[in-house]
Write a protein that binds this ligand. Sequence first.
Ligand code: PMP
Length: 292
Amino acid sequence: MAASSFDTMDGKIWMDGEFVDWADAKVHVLTHALHYASSVFEGQRAYNGKIFKLKDHTERLFNSADILGMKIPFTQTQINDACNELLVINGFTDAYCRPVVWRGSEMMGVSAQSNTIHAAVAVWAWPSYFSPEARLKGLRLDISKWRRPAPDTIPTQAKAAGLYMICTLSKHAAEAKGYDDALMFDYRGLVAEATGANIFFVKNGELHTPTPDCFLNGITRRTVMDLATKRGIKVIERAIQPEEMADFEQAFLTGTAAEVTPLSEIGPYNFEVGEITQTLMQDYDADVRRQH
Ligand code: PMP
């Protein structure tokens, strides 16, 4: 990326119904979202000029907002149109697209009953979430000391800013130790997900993945499960104990940004970048680039 900071790039950003210059897409420091994490967002990718599963992402955005009690003052169609038009206006065919919804400034306390709800969408070039070398060899994951919280602790099915505080802490700690990312266990001590992606394992030709009962059931995760099923690969969704990782042969992450990324290490456990992982990487690449 040429720009040194996200606030100094060129182009247009869609903000509260209008396309504004990149430099003008600003909020005040006294914005509820900044202090109290009253914000939800999406992460989408465009391939060949088309945002993959845009409708699913927009539905999740509205669902996340609804969970946080925020009524988005736009329709899903308006948000979809904003995403699609921005790609054209900014001249992208392949890009990352970030819708965000947040509470404004009318009240600055825990209660925010009368705060207006704002929405914005930005797009930018983002070729690969992890380095190409790491993707080839498999990423190395630390095991985080932070756990995915219980669904009665925080609304875990919302893609909400507040859920990411421990993800940043986990990823920073992992990077400080030379790892690419971190695996997080859940509140029960079961294998959950990485800091911004879901996880799959391979054993005896079958896929195993944790049941998403306290973390996002990712759109990529569901896509990969369908692709595996189409290949005749059995997919088993279940509770996975950390010790089981000793017997898994392959492991990979899935996410809009991460796509399908193989893992070589998780803490003391080692994995090979095997055939099933490579097949699903290729199937996913083909699926996202297929014109629907
Ligand atoms: N878990 C977390 C914490 C994430 O941030 C993401 C990325 N949105 C995912 C899982 C994967 O979700 P998706 O495949 O819908 O991008």
